[in-house]
Write a protein that binds this ligand. Structure first.
Ligand code: SAH
Length: 220
């Protein structure tokens, strides 16, 4: 069966990803395969391949495709990797990860959002994604260590459990609060400790939990 959105996806990859410097072939192929429209409400399908975030209910959003690509390339994934994602949201980032690596563990704190993502990803046939409904700032102890941890909500600082649950050589990619928006950080676990790099500015919904914000700072 033909996918009427295939052409739009190709345009999204060319305009929003390739043109802005995303080169990794495995990653670009993943963006061509994952039907982003299936991760948003039906009335937003026509906007699904523009380069912006979209609302998915409960005050949460599916991230902008370019930002999903940036985070995924910063994680330097290999097919044999096991990856933890914090903030399942629509499930789109989890699908992109699952196209590239062998196992994805994804955690969401809002049960209704987690359930919808689980249904979408199951319908699309992803068998290598494990779902957790919990405070993701605690990580996922039972499944640790991870080769990469991708955090798709903004934290006040890097939650310590993420560093503890990182394999040697593993990377955490996390947006950290910096004034009115956030800055993407990448932390690598080495034999000597942790190397921290600062990346580009970004805007994510808040990471709420024990090692995150106490409550949604947007409603303060
Ligand atoms: N990765 C998502 C984007 C998610 S938006 C996608 O591809 O669509 C961020 C999500 O993080 C929201 O759904 C929010 O509910 C969730 N979140 C916020 N704090 C969290 C926490 N402590 N643990 C797990 N999920 C959290």
């Amino acid at each position: 069966m033909g996918d009427p959105y295939q052409e739009k996806r190709q345009l999204m990859v060319n305009r929003h990803l390739k043109k802005r410097g995303i080169r990794d072939a495995l990653l670009l192929e993943a963006f061509l395969r994952v039907p982003r429209h299936e991760f948003v409400p039906a009335d937003l399908w026509e906007q699904a391949y523009a380069d912006g975030p979209l609302p998915i209910g409960h005050g949460q959003t599916i991230s902008q495709p370019y930002m999903v690509a940036v985070m995924t390339s910063l994680a330097e994934l290999k097919p044999e990797h096991r990856v933890l994602e914090i903030g399942t949201g629509s499930g789109y980032q989890a699908a992109i990860l699952a196209e590239i690596v062998s196992a994805v563990y994804t955690v969401e704190r809002i049960p209704e959002i987690a359930e919808r993502a689980r249904q979408t990803l199951q319908r699309l046939g992803y068998a290598n994604i494990h779902f957790g409904v919990a405070d993701g700032t605690l990580g996922w102890t039972e499944a640790a260590p991870f080769d990469a941890i991708v955090v798709t909500a903004g934290a006040p600082e890097i939650p310590a459990p993420f560093l503890d649950q990182l394999a040697l050589g593993g990377l955490v990619v996390v947006p950290i609060e910096a004034g009115h928006s956030q800055v993407l950080y990448r932390v690598k676990r080495t034999v000597r400790g942790f190397d921290k790099e600062r990346g580009e500015r970004c805007t994510f919904v808040p990471l709420i939990g024990k090692h995150g914000w106490e409550r949604d700072p947007r409603t303060r």
